[in-house]
Design a protein around this ligand. Sequence first.
Ligand code: ADP
Ligand code: MG
Length: 204
Amino acid sequence: MAFGVEQAKRWMSIANDHIQQQKQYLTELDQAIGDGDHGLNMARGFQEVVEKIASANYEDLGSLFKDISMTLIAKVGGASGPLYGTAFLRMSLALAGKKEADDKELIAALEAALDGIKARGKANVGEKTMVDVWEPVMEFLREKESLQVKEAALLAKEKMEHTKELEAKKGRAAYLGKRSVGHIDPGSASSHLLFAALAEALEG
Ligand code: ADP
Ligand code: MG
């Protein structure tokens, strides 16, 4: 499946639509175990991303993802801004000079994004963060060696829901300790939206 600049732009556009629609939901999740800014942060950042990339022409995927990364770092804020910013920066490095990525290359770039999130946030699976969505999804894609994006998006949803059972060990929610149990992690929810948007962008 060819993933070029057009597909990447469509991914961001669909992601933005989902985030704008789910802004209130993301806010409510973050109000329960954080400070309530995740919906606003993500909505502001992704709106800026689509505006920034819409008018620009990109020679390669690397330069497109670089712009996405820089915009997220500048506009999202909170913990998630630098984390998503790092994720997309690692993707841009992995895709530098490529006009199109095949399945293996895109999976490798997403893998690099996960590595970036983990390098930046030092979270592991089970600590109730976005890593609880990213890591199992990447394990699945790595094993398949093909972009089974619909299955990946379903897995992302399942893993997002599973964060409800977990006690937060990283980020703001960790201050709540056991009281964080029973709530979905907001960053897992926004990460699920990103994978759902990728599936829609690639499979229509
Ligand atoms: P803040 O907590 O600074 O208000 P946001 O509300 O924008 O930031 O984002 C919170 C989300 O960021 C959490 O739900 C979690 O998924 C993610 N997060 C926080 N800390 C980490 C970390 N160390 N590693 C990975 N993800 C993290
Ligand atoms: Mg917050």
